[in-house]
Design a protein around this ligand. Structure first.
Ligand SMILES: Nc1ncnc2c1ncn2[C@@H]1O[C@H](COP(=O)(O)OP(=O)(O)OP(=O)(O)O)[C@@H](O)[C@H]1O
Length: 701
């Protein structure tokens, strides 16, 4: 998310810069917000700030002296937040241009440009090495050192850090830079959660068997004579994380490798997908904090004094509308400027310099996020929550010039995937939410497909979600999808749906192979893993330990202990239950292709899937089938055209038989017409299905 204001297209850059300085709030180390225009003003009156604070540290005594304003208590109950010097509510006054000591030009209605303010406009700045020993040397001086000393504080790991030879760090980061280009464009990871109390109480079994980067779903089915048998569905992904895997390991596997490349003009998106209660929020919640901690460490060490800034914004898409989670759920609107660049009007963006502040912002946003209640998960979320960490830098690396987005990391906690099935619900609100979710997931897949094929046209307009993520799908971008699944037999259908969606996303990837081809998948995984940041960065400071590390893991553990019992071994592991048939996802696919060959329009009753939860998957499948059928039809048409050309050549030959020509031409034209008619029928059917589910992809918004 770019904090650069853009009121109308073609406005001069200087004007943008003005707006910029006002469109985000500075977040201080003591958790107070300071509007940046005000900050500059105050800074100029205060000679007490040493120049080393240039890159965004506004904490400490001087910092708190600068911030006034009423204390405000947020849902957490602590009064850590203070009103910004010019609170957002006062915007109207500012718009009227009343003089309150700051030029009216410095105020803007908060129009934010999602397009990184054309990062390409920023001249390639020298990033002097990934590690600058002189910068490290400078750490020992002045207040900057005090800030960073925490990282080298007398915690357990500090001696290790001191012993780390600088050359090694330098080497590691060069390796990192080199490997950055190897980070896979799309990475699909599956995370299985443990059985919870409810599932155990209902005697549900763990039906997911994991091994390395593959998993098998053991689906119990009934034969006609009512005897049970188990059908096995096998899937291979870039990584499969079982119930024993901690949130830390999830971070290392998914986001850690992409953090360094955010400094190299990359936009990355990490999203969790899965049915309600499958662990999306549990998985996503700690990731932004961990990523911010690594980003800040890189900023304070590797990129020290290079003018990088970290900005945070957090908003949700609920029923197709946007709400600012860091500004009392203020309704936001999305606009497109003359250059088809999407802006979110009024979104607050905070500049942050400390992990603690980010933690507070994330907690605040999470508390504000709208939740609904479903049978499966009382805290079920029906909105897509989007948290963005933007790395910015001004042209000369100083605070006096407006900063532009260099890279961005977006975290998306998607609404429960089965909510898409709510399109049949009687409640209009729920129906609309379901339709929007379906639309988002279809559109997301399309965008990922386009992204991986380096397509120039990306179908952003498919949904609000993809529109706001537009800049994350162009240029140098990366996507990490975490598919969350429940292990329980009661969730088997949902789990298969989630895995099939993940499988489709994976199969879109050029490098992706969903076949049981462990060798190639392992290769993908290796390629997508860079040097672990933790192995080259200084260890976590005691200060960070208090905040970053303890927060998610501790909370998660409590929840875990409360909700989950010691689990029994699943029956398929215990007694090797009889498995009568076995299907892999590859077989699923070949079956699908065969079905497609003998396609006829399903009857109305057939087209209504018995289980509404299958809707999304069925739509996805139909869409893929339509595209394949179209492709096939084009190939056939080309064969027919070749035949026609031959026929014309024959017709031009002297002594050609007119009868023969007429009958051949008739046959060719009928074949052509039949092909077109079949494709038209398929298309019309698909359009009807989209309409049934309120998914009007082309209608946009
Ligand atoms: N890997 C895990 N280990 C331990 N507990 C987990 C794990 N995954 C999820 N849980 C627990 O399961 C419950 C549901 O998880 P969560 O709220 O993350 O689901 P969700 O997919 O986000 O649901 P919704 O779509 O409804 O928001 C929570 O109590 C959470 O703590």
């Amino acid at each position: 998310m770019n904090a650069v204001g853009r009121q109308r297209s073609g406005a001069p850059a200087a004007h943008h810069q003005r707006q910029y300085s006002d469109n985000y709030l500075e977040a201080s180390s003591n958790g107070r917000w300071l509007q940046s225009a005000g900050l500059q003003h105050l800074q100029s009156n205060s000679n007490s700030l040493p120049p080393s604070q240039d890159f965004g540290y506004y904490g400490g005594a001087q910092g708190s002296r600068m911030y006034r304003g009423a204390q405000r208590t947020f849902s957490g109950g602590s009064d850590i937040f203070a009103e910004p010097l010019t609170p957002p509510a006062a915007n109207s006054r500012r718009r009227n241009g009343e003089d309150d000591g700051v030029s009216p030009n410095e105020y803007s209605p908060g129009l934010l440009d999602l397009h990184s303010f054309d990062t390409e406009l920023l001249t390639e700045l020298p990033v002097p090495g990934f590690y600058d020993p002189s910068a490290m040397h400078n750490l020992t001086r002045g207040r900057s050192f005090d800030d960073s000393e925490a990282y080298f504080g007398n915690n357990k790991q500090s001696s290790k850090s001191r012993n780390l030879p600088e050359e090694n760090v330098m080497k590691s980061f060069s390796v990192d830079k080199e490997k950055a280009s190897n980070v896979a464009k799309i990475k699909v990871v599956v995370r299985k959660r443990p059985l919870n109390k409810k599932e155990l109480a209902k005697n549900e079994e763990d039906i997911i068997e994991t091994e390395s980067n593959s998993l098998v779903v053991h689906e119990t089915k009934l034969k006609v004579d009512l005897t049970e048998y188990v059908e096995k569905h096998e899937f291979v992904f870039d990584a499969v994380l079982d119930e024993e895997v901690s949130n830390d390991e999830v971070y290392r596997e998914t986001v850690e490798p992409i953090v360094p490349i955010i400094f190299q003009r990359t936009k990355a998106t990490c999203f969790a997908y899965g049915q309600t209660g499958s662990g999306k929020t549990y998985t996503m919640k700690p990731l932004p904090l961990r990523a911010s901690r690594d980003i800040l460490r890189l900023m304070h060490h590797t990129y020290r004094n290079q003018g990088f800034q970290l900005h945070v914004s957090f908003f949700e898409i609920y029923g197709g509308k946007l709400f600012d989670l860091l500004n009392d759920r203020k309704k936001l609107c999305m606009r497109e400027d003359g250059k088809q660049q999407v802006c979110i009007v009024g979104l607050q963006e905070y500049r942050v310099a400390e992990v603690e502040t980010i933690k507070e912002l994330i907690e605040k946003g999470n508390a504000t996020r709208s939740t609904g209640t479903t049978g499966a998960n009382e805290e079920s979320s029906r909105s897509h929550a989007i948290l963005q960490l933007a790395i910015k830098r001004s042209a000369d690396g100083s605070d006096s010039k407006p900063a532009r987005v260099i890279g961005k990391l977006s975290f998306i906690d998607l609404a429960g995937s089965e909510r898409g099935a709510d399109t049949t619900d009687n409640d209009k609100q729920t129906r609309m939410e379901g339709a929007e979710i379906n639309k988002s997931l279809l559109a997301l897949k399309e965008c990922i497909r386009a992204l991986d094929n380096d397509q120039t046209h990306i179908p952003f307009r498919g949904s609000k979600l993809t529109e706001v993520l537009r800049d994350s799908f162009v240029g140098n971008s990366r996507t990490v999808m975490i598919s969350c699944i429940s292990p329980s037999s009661g969730s088997c259908e949902h789990t298969l749906n989630t895995l099939r969606y993940a499988d489709r996303v994976k199969s879109l990837s050029k490098s992706g192979s969903s076949k049981k081809d462990v060798a190639s998948s392992t290769l993908n995984l290796k390629e997508s893993t860079t040097v672990a940041l933790s192995s080259v960065l200084p260890p976590t400071s005691p200060y960070e330990d208090d905040t970053g590390d303890s927060w998610p893991e501790q909370t998660d553990k409590d929840e875990y202990e409360e909700d989950f019992y010691e689990q029994e071994k699943p029956s398929w592991r215990k007694n090797g239950k009889v498995e009568v048939s076995s299907f892999s996802n590859t077989e699923d696919k070949s079956r699908r292709v065969k079905d497609q060959m003998k396609w006829k329009e399903p009857s109305r009753s057939e087209s209504r899937y018995s289980n509404p939860d299958d809707d999304l998957n069925a739509l996805l499948k139909e869409e893929e089938d339509l595209v394949s059928a179209h492709r096939k039809q084009v190939e056939e048409t080309m064969d027919i055209v070749r035949e026609e050309m031959n026929l014309l050549v024959e017709a031009d030959q002297p002594g050609n038989q007119l009868d023969n020509y007429i009958s051949k031409l008739n046959a060719i034209l009928s074949q052509k017409a039949a092909g077109i008619l079949q494709l038209q029928n398929r298309l019309a059917h698909f359009q009807r299905r989209l309409k049934e589910h309120n998914v009007l992809v082309s209608a946009g918004h």
